[in-house]
Design a binder for this molecule. Sequence first.
Ligand SMILES: [Zn+2]
Length: 244
Amino acid sequence: MTEIKSQFDPSLRKTIKGKKQVAVIPVGSIEQHGPHLPISTDSDIVTEIARKLSEKKNFLLLPTITYGVSFEHAPFFNLSIKESTLSNIITDLCTSLFANNIKTVFVINGHHGNLKPLQNIDVKLRKLSKNKLQVFSLSYWHFMNGEFDHAGFAETSLMLAISKNVKMKLAKKGLVTSGMNQQQIKKLGQLASKSFPQVTKNGIWGDPRKATKRDGQIILDEIMRNITKKCQTCLTGHSSKLHQ
Ligand SMILES: [Zn+2]
């Protein structure tokens, strides 16, 4: 893996010239994750996944876009950018990568609110580059088998596996959907995307109290296996569905 920010110009250009490069842009968020997880949670997790992926596949890792679209968490703390801003940042970065002769980009997303601006970005960039630039956006939680949450069991376990900045003693049960049908859960999800605190009351979707580092490691391994496979499929062109 080459972490792009620590490189020097001549050798970086040589690397790019020598072999067709694939770039990875992690995108996170800064938003409340209950009293037990830091506001950088999404950015921390997606950075780790993008780093592992880049190591495994020898990709060029770009610095994480730490801000995302998190207005739904107000009045709890969030630092948000507009959907159009995020879409413009990704478009500009990919265009710049293309100008540097890097034509394949994976955008790895770590936050639900970023989904919409990332949705058709591949089409937009294909058009802008006259079909020369390939952009794939993948949201990491689509690559785990269990249900995802917000500061619940899955996300808290993932954080325990990658960070020391977790306060398990403060972990509180949030909105628990077991016993509800898919339709009810979907409806709550739609409401939560407008006001997360209104639906969950304490800003937590799920129950983090039984989260463990070991569970986080298992979930992380599973995500890495699946997302690596998906990237391979994208690169060989055998994928029918590019956006996840
Ligand atoms: Zn999160």
